[in-house]
Design a protein around this ligand. Structure first.
Ligand code: UGA
Length: 424
């Protein structure tokens, strides 16, 4: 079994540490935040992720995974592999900022034993592997790229059952060493160059984002021509060349990855003098999707948002996570506030910062009481269980916009005066 150090304990790092521990490796996880390390050391999950707390608890008992906030302890651990999982935020131009990645590489250059492999898990633009190699500036260390394809909310499942495992390295010997860490996982394992691995990650997210923009545009067309978007998606997804997954229309795509990664891909291409018009169009279409939801709410509010009270169900960027980064729901709420509305919101787990300019209440019913329009912006399944008649009785105007297609249409249509569902 290998000794693995994981640098950076966000979604990707925590999942990597836990996943590698479950595969039987000895793992140390490092994070600059001593608070985060303390929480993890007590086997508590600092993020909302299915099964994480149980997994942390059993790994704590077996002693397979430990956490630290000092590089000294990472050094003492004498790992053979160092997985860099620190954030790569977007800078003003849309490019990925490598400051944290390169700072981690500099630290590792001081402590990594000879022949260790530094593995890039953070999503980084093509060419970053080379920059990490330079930052390490040690010929006895290797660099590999092992992009992650984890979805928030099902990250542990995705780690243990991935569609494929990609490892990019300069030599087959190095890629084989990294691929062997995943020995017990039967998924297809693909060895590539570092550059190809880096590009596969961005292309995957950009393709998925384009696919969602495509379906969101067609959902708008369905509304106009009276077609059923459910039938459309069913028919479309039944073509084996297209496939049924990742085709649910929504208010727009968001989260910490799609917006950042699509912009970063466009930015990398432009560094090489290349346009990527399809990806540009996906970003533009996403903007239009968000605006369409706001327009729908405005129409339901009688043609103006000024002074109206809008109830919002859902703030997270998708269900089963507490993450609001680049959340379509938060984006729409900000637009409503900018146009003079008051917003009362409920989310089962996500919390908006206090200074967001709207109130957050304890349950779905409270977020509907006295409102002019109720908008469903995250697809939490429990929203479908709320009694539409009870909700409608407490609303000021009985108008509802379901931008996630989560509410039972017939029950809601008969309970309120005006019910709109995205895609018709
Ligand atoms: C995404 C990718 O799915 C992961 O494979 C990748 O590892 C991750 O980014 C990353 O780069 O780290 P995630 O951001 O967790 O994962 O979210 P998704 O489940 O992909 O959803 C992204 C957005 O698309 C959300 O706003 C979601 O509501 C929306 N979406 C997704 C739809 O509107 N319809 C769908 O059918 C699926």
């Amino acid at each position: 079994m290998a000794k693995i150090a994981v640098i950076g304990l966000g979604y990707v790092g925590i999942t990597t540490a836990v996943g590698m521990g479950r595969l039987g490796h000895d793992v140390i996880g490092y994070d600059i935040s001593s608070d985060r390390v303390m929480v993890l050391s007590e086997a508590k999950a600092p993020i909302h992720e299915d099964g994480l707390e149980e997994a942390l608890g059993s790994l704590k008992q077996s002693g397979k995974v430990s956490f630290t906030h000092t590089y000294q302890e990472v050094s003492d651990f004498k790992a053979d592999y160092f997985f860099i999982c620190v954030p790569t935020p977007q800078d003003a131009s849309g490019a990925a900022n490598l400051t944290f990645v390169l700072a981690a590489a500099k630290e590792l250059s001081q402590i990594a034993p000879a022949d260790a492999i530094v593995v890039l898990k953070s999503t980084v633009p093509v060419g970053s592997g080379e920059r990490v190699k330079q930052a390490l500036s040690r010929s006895d260390l290797h660099v590999a790229s092992n992009p992650e394809f984890l979805r928030e909310g099902s990250a542990l499942h995705d780690f243990m059952k991935p569609d494929r495992i990609i490892v990019g390295a300069a030599s087959e010997q190095v890629s084989t060493r990294v691929l062997e860490l995943y020995g017990d996982i039967s998924s297809r394992k693909i060895a590539t160059s570092v550059e190809s691995a880096e590009l596969i990650k961005y292309s995957t997210n950009a393709y998925l984002a384009m696919r969602l923009s495509f379906v969101n545009d067609l959902a708008a067309l369905c509304e106009k021509v009276g077609a059923s978007v459910d039938d459309l998606v069913d028919g479309l997804g039944s073509d084996s060349r297209i496939g049924p997954s990742f085709l649910s229309p929504g208010p727009g795509w968001g989260g910490s990855c799609f917006p950042k990664d699509t912009r970063a891909l466009v930015s990398v291409a432009s560094d090489f003098g290349l346009d990527l018009p399809l990806i540009d169009a996906a970003l533009e279409s996403n903007e239009a999707s968000l605006s369409r939801v706001v327009e729908n709410i405005k129409e339901l509010a009688g043609g103006s948002l000024e002074g109206k009270v809008i109830g919002v169900w859902g703030l997270a960027f998708k269900a089963n996570t507490d993450d609001i980064r680049e959340s379509p729901a938060m984006n729409i709420v900000a637009r409503l506030l900018a146009r003079g509305s008051e917003v009362i919101a409920f989310d089962p787990v996500a919390l908006a910062p206090k200074a967001s300019g709207f109130s957050q209440v304890q349950n779905a019913e409270l977020a509907a009481a006295g409102v002019d329009v109720l908008a469903v912006l995250t697809e939490w399944p429990e929203f479908a269980q709320v009694d539409p008649i009870k909700v409608s009785e407490s609303m000021k105007s009985k108008a509802v916009m379901d931008a996630r297609r989560v509410l039972p249409v017939d029950a809601w249509r008969s309970a309120v005066d005006n019910f709109r569902v995205l895609g018709g």
